[in-house]
Every structure is written in structure tokens, then in C-alpha cells.
Design a protein around this ligand. Sequence first.
Ligand code: PLP
Length: 357
Amino acid sequence: MIYLDYQATTPLAPEARDAMLRWLDGPDGTGFGNPHSPHRMGRQAAAAIELARDRVAALFPAGGKVIFTGSATEALNLAIRGSGKAGSVAVSAIEHAAVLDTAEALGQARVLDVAQDGLCGAAQDLPKDCRLVAVMQVNNEIGTIQPTVDWHRKAKEANALFLVDAVQAYGKIEVTHADMIAISAHKFHGPKGVGALWVRDGVDLTEQQTGGSQEGVRSGTLSPALIAGMGAAAKEAKERMAQDAEHVEELWNRARDLFSDWTLNGSEDARWHGNLNIRRDGLDVARLMSDCRDIMFSAGSACASGSGRPSHVLKAIGLSDKQAKASIRLGFGRYTKIEDIEQAAKSINAAAKEQGL
Ligand code: PLP
């Protein structure tokens, strides 16, 4: 099997796995303590969480705090719901459902336009009552890198907070300008089921579920194993950022050559190059996926695929339903080999040829 679905999730780093084991039971059976207990086992687990917090924080701007959550979806909900009640929430048209649907559920969504190249330019007006702007750093479907520095300035001028969904960016490119940043461990070689919200000092949130207030505005017992895994993954990502990016660039160049008959969806340059979202007019993607069962890749996005609905991101950048449904997404990164790309291209191009393309 060849795994080319790095936007859906990433392989667990061995360093993250090793860091987790100690807090599942540990060699002497003392790793399972409740990190909120005051006794020795509890304090040891709490110390592991604080080490992970420092490691995760090392990739965020200075002057803020990290709140651990169960996912990026939870972090984004906390940011959007917990940062105010009155006013509108301006969101780019290509946000993840965790942002779009949350702003819509509150009845506060004002959707910002996205151009054909997949960029949400900051030269557009914010609503007068805007309380929060949410523009993601790297898009999960087409990989485009948004001008968050400009949006941060614009939000500030409008007296609004600025939220960045950095799920696809964290550990790959630096996120420097925001009031709140949401991330998810399993997108950077950590475990599933743990995320975080970074909150700039001075930004007040209200809790969205009541309980023990273990993380202040977030209640619930923390998982030392998951958080230790996330911390180790963050450390690896920081140390290997340049090396990982170089490797991705090599994979991208090879993939672009091998898929030269395909049309790229979204900007070539303002893009994370571990995301190749491409289309062929007339392609039957379901048939292609069935013919290439040994290759793990995605039709559009993991969320939209299977639903039968064309992706809202591809629609937002001006693709017709037909073009959107003729698109595939290949995602690669740290553990992908050049041969994986070559083998996948061979199979995918042969399957497309079978369809007369
Ligand atoms: N935001 C983006 C851009 C994503 O790609 C995802 C996951 O697909 C999420 C948010 C949600 O993350 P989680 O799986 O941690 O809820």
C-alpha cells in the first residue's frame, strides 16, 4: 500500500509513539496516574504534560498560552463560541467545516471571497459588527497558503480578534500573526484525539462545557499519553522543519513532472507543496479509486468524499460541479519516498488512460 493522504492524517512518528508508551502504563506500571492528582504518580504525569506544553508552545508566537483539547474541532469551537456572543464572524469560503459550520450554527457567519487561485485576499470589507475573523493558514483540500499577516492587521483595525486554523500548517510553516491558533496532533505525526488552542495573552474566553476546569476554560481529565505524543511530535517537527520542507519539495517536483497532463487546482506558488490537488476533465474518480485500491489518496477532501457532494472549496475557487468531481488530492510528506510517488503516478495515469483520458 502507498499512503498519499497526508492531509487526512499522518503516520505516527516513532518518537511520538515512544513518548506515549511510558504514560499508558510504563515499565514499572506507574504511568497511568491522573495528571490532576496531587500524589507522586499524578505529579509525574502532570510534569510530562507541562514538558509537552513547552514543546508545543515552541512553535507558537511568544506571549500566549496553550490549552489542550481533544481535537482541532474542539479548539476551533472553543475559539469561536468562547470569544464573544454579539457580532459577526467573518470566515473565508474555504474554511474547514469546524469553522464554517460553527459560525453558521451561531447565525454569525459572513463569508469572505476566495479567488480562483485559492487565496482569500485581505482587500475586502469586513462587516461593521465584526467580532472575529477566521482565515486558515494552509487549506486542507488545495494546500493554498493564506495571507494571514494581512488579515491579522485588518482584523486589528476592525477591533476584531483573528483566529487561524493552522491544522495543516503547524510544524511546516511558521504561524506568526494571530490572536488564537488551533492545531491537531495527528496532522503532524502525533496521535489522534488531541489538539490545542493557542491563545494570545489578554484574550479572554468563556468555557463551553462545565466541569473540573483542568485547563481553565476547558474541562476534562487530560491524557498524558496523547499529550506526550503530541509534544514529541512538535519537537520533531521543529527540529526537522527545514529538512522536511526540502524533502517535500523534491517529492513535489517529481509529482508535478509525472502528473504534467493534469490541471492543478489552486495556486502553484502560494501553496504547501505536500498537497497536489489535480483534475482531468471527464475523469470518473470513483472508478479511478477502485482501480487504484492500493493507493491511499482522496477525492477532493476526506470530508467531502463519500458524501457525493462536490467540495465547497473547489466550488469556491470557481470549478464547476463536474470539474470538482473530477479532482483528486495526493498528500505526501516526511515518510513518503520518491518511489511511492513514481509507483502511484504509474497506476493513476494508467487508470486514467483506461478511461480514455
Ligand atoms: N481544520 C483543518 C484544516 C483540518 O484539516 C482538520 C482535519 O481534517 C480539522 C480542522 C479538524 O481537525 P480534528 O481532526 O483534530 O478535529
